[in-house]
Design a protein around this ligand. Structure first.
Ligand SMILES: Cc1cc2nc3c(=O)[nH]c(=O)nc-3n(C[C@H](O)[C@H](O)[C@H](O)COP(=O)(O)OP(=O)(O)OC[C@H]3O[C@@H](n4cnc5c(N)ncnc54)[C@H](O)[C@@H]3O)c2cc1C
Length: 486
């Protein structure tokens, strides 16, 4: 068998390994950590379990197809439920809106609670579906950097539809035109954060994202998000993929126009194909040093990062669901802090994820596992200790105000994840969650391609390259590589 080496066992690395093994390669995955999954991992303590990174799961078909192409029945390995409520939204004036998966029900909620009509919501979601239909094939399923990708009938029809995809307006401009109530506008602007972007700068085409939730559904794996990693690693091992943990890759040796072997402190691994799942910045900074390439990839603004508190809460809150958002009143200022001054606003929008609402085993009886997250800038030399201490206080104040209950006194377990830790644990440049941001209408074209034009057997997958960050896109990058390797 020909050999392939995958650098990194993030979700895209694992998916690439499964695909390559199925193609007939003998695949070796090298991972610097002692565990697989990269950002998609978990932590436990004091009777609580938390998904450490991603909490929203969309497009499960991209996971299940990995079992199918391996000749397995997905449900023997991986199972998940669709959520009835996508998110509960809380506003400072006391308004509460539940985003039901049933679009009509959600539209009626908006109608009842804001100045916007149900018809407007349905029209907006139909537009989201239209954008998805017009762009999926070209932007998500193919390389944007191969001329062949532009020669299909589907692509040509996508190009004809470009003027209707809101590329030349910001997401906020489109949403302000569609809705008059700032509550509705904020609700739809928030979708820019699903890939770490700023709705006041990102193009309106990002209004594709609501369709992923409302059209295709939001899900929660049985056993939690971490089961995506566990089940895929189990599958990979069964079909013959080899994993080496605590094996940080220090360099990739090249010869002529080929990547020859991958070096770790404990040994070298040769491969006919080499796939890098590590952040593209790390690749050009450390593995194949190239000042010119580094400068090119660093020109792109990084996505936002996150500050997360994992709190074991000794009480249940019936008004909360699996996904909850406590909005700030001044969303624009929050994004100016994130992307302009690289600080944290004093009244940030807070996301609370509680898997124990659906997975009872994730918290002791009568208690809840709170994953409390705010968007924060990526790492630019800020005084994080001071910023985190202040944010923690502001978060307590806000949650206690909105839920009318002191939260700090209910905490039985606490851990934190900071941008610096995200950077250290996964080599994600500046701790960004989704690679580069989409704060520019050409971002999709500037994102690094999935192959090297210098070394013909070197490929790139994961959130820092095309088509972008988030589990579905990271999995899509592995699929694109699969198509590129003949
Ligand atoms: C807090 C948080 C919340 C998120 N929320 C969501 C969400 O709700 N939904 C969603 O879809 N996405 C979400 N994301 C984004 C999502 O987690 C990522 O886009 C996705 O997991 C990225 O996968 P990846 O394969 O690109 O790489 P990563 O998970 O970054 O993994 C890369 C792997 O490569 C390894 N590596 C790096 N350098 C080396 C080296 N030199 N040698 C060996 N190994 C190396 C790393 O250790 C790591 O294991 C979130 C991310 C975070 C952190």
């Amino acid at each position: 068998m020909k050999k392939a080496v995958v650098v990194g066992s993030g979700i895209a690395g694992i998916a690439s390994a499964i695909r390559l093994q199925n193609k007939g390669y003998s695949v070796q995955v090298l991972e610097k950590n002692s565990y697989p999954g990269g950002k998609l991992t978990q932590l436990t303590g004091n009777g609580y379990r938390f998904d450490a990174g991603p909490s929203l799961f969309t497009m499960p078909n991209l996971v299940t197809e990995l079992f199918e192409i391996s000749g397995k029945n997905p449900s023997d390995y991986f199972n998940y439920d669709q959520l009835d409520v996508l998110c509960n939204y809380f506003y400072e004036d006391g308004t509460r809106i539940s985003a039901h998966k049933d679009i009509k029900r959600f539209a009626d909620e908006i109608d009842r609670n804001t100045e916007d009509s149900a018809e407007k919501v349905i029209k907006h979601l139909n537009k989201s579906k239209f954008i998805y239909g017009a762009t999926e094939e070209q932007f998500l399923n193919r390389s944007l950097h191969k001329i062949g990708s532009f020669l299909s009938f589907k692509t040509l029809t996508s190009i004809v539809k470009l003027p209707f995809l809101n590329i030349f307006s910001s997401m906020n401009q489109v949403n302000e035109k569609a809705f008059k109530d700032s509550k509705t506008v904020r609700l739809f602007n928030r979708y820019a954060t699903y890939n770490g972007s700023n709705p006041y700068k990102a193009p309106g085409i990002l209004n594709i994202i609501p369709h992923l939730e409302f059209g295709l559904g939001a899900y929660l794996p049985k056993g939690g998000m971490h089961e995506i990693t566990n089940s895929l690693v189990k599958l990979a091992k069964e079909i013959g993929v080899k994993f080496q943990f605590n094996a940080e890759v220090t360099s990739i040796e090249t010869e002529g126009n080929k990547a020859k072997s991958v070096h770790t402190k404990s040994g070298n691994y040769e491969g006919e194909i080499i796939v890098c799942n590590a952040d593209i910045h790390t690749v050009y900074e450390k593995l194949i040093p190239s000042a010119k390439k580094l400068e090119q990839v660093d020109k792109q603004e990084r996505s936002s990062s996150a500050l997360i508190f994992y709190w074991g809460i000794g009480q249940e809150f019936p008004e909360l669901d699996v996904h909850n958002i406590l909005f700030t009143e001044d969303y624009k200022t929050e994004f100016e802090h994130l992307f302009d001054s690289k600080t944290i606003s004093d009244n940030p929008t807070i996301y609370i994820n509680i898997t124990s609402k659906h997975l009872k085993q994730d918290a002791p009886k009568g208690k809840e596992n709170w994953f409390v997250m705010i968007n924060v800038p990526s790492v630019y030399g800020q005084d994080w200790d001071e910023m985190i201490a202040k944010a923690r206080k502001n978060i307590f104040t806000k949650i206690s105000r909105v839920l009318d209950q002191d939260i700090e006194s209910l905490i039985e377990f606490e851990e934190q994840l900071t941008p610096q830790l995200i950077q250290d644990r996964t080599n994600s440049f500046k701790g960004s969650l989704y690679g580069t941001s989409s704060n520019n209408r050409f971002a999709a074209f500037f994102r690094h391609k999935n192959f090297s034009s210098e070394f013909k057997n070197l490929y790139f997958c994961g959130g820092s390259v095309h088509p972008g960050g988030g589990i579905p896109l990271a999995l899509s990058s592995a699929k694109i590589i699969d198509k590129l390797i003949k």
